[in-house]
Design a protein around this ligand. Structure first.
Ligand code: ZN
Length: 83
């Protein structure tokens, strides 16, 4: 029933490769919209000693959200919608 379009919020205001806004499992029982942030090392980060190789993951973060922080759109809770 869910298409890829409904699970990932493709935001015109988000031009960061490292940040995704998607609906996903946050534990075994619950799902939520989240900001998924993965900071992968660039050449400059390796030069600065943050990572050994370009592409290495320096930091990952997942934050629960109800609204898109870039465009302000209210993100619909997929599960509540089906009840
Ligand atoms: Zn947005």
């Amino acid at each position: 029933m869910n298409t890829d379009e409904e699970i990932i919020h493709h935001c015109d205001e988000n031009w960061y490769d490292d940040i995704k806004i998607e609906y996903q499992e946050i534990n075994v029982e619950q799902e939520s919209w989240v900001i998924d942030y993965i900071w992968r090392a660039k050449d400059g980060d390796v030069d600065d000693g943050f990572a050994k190789n370009p592409g290495d993951i320096i930091m990952m973060d997942t934050i629960l959200i109800s609204f898109c922080p870039f465009c302000g759109k209210k993100l619909v809770d997929q599960k509540k919608n089906t009840w």
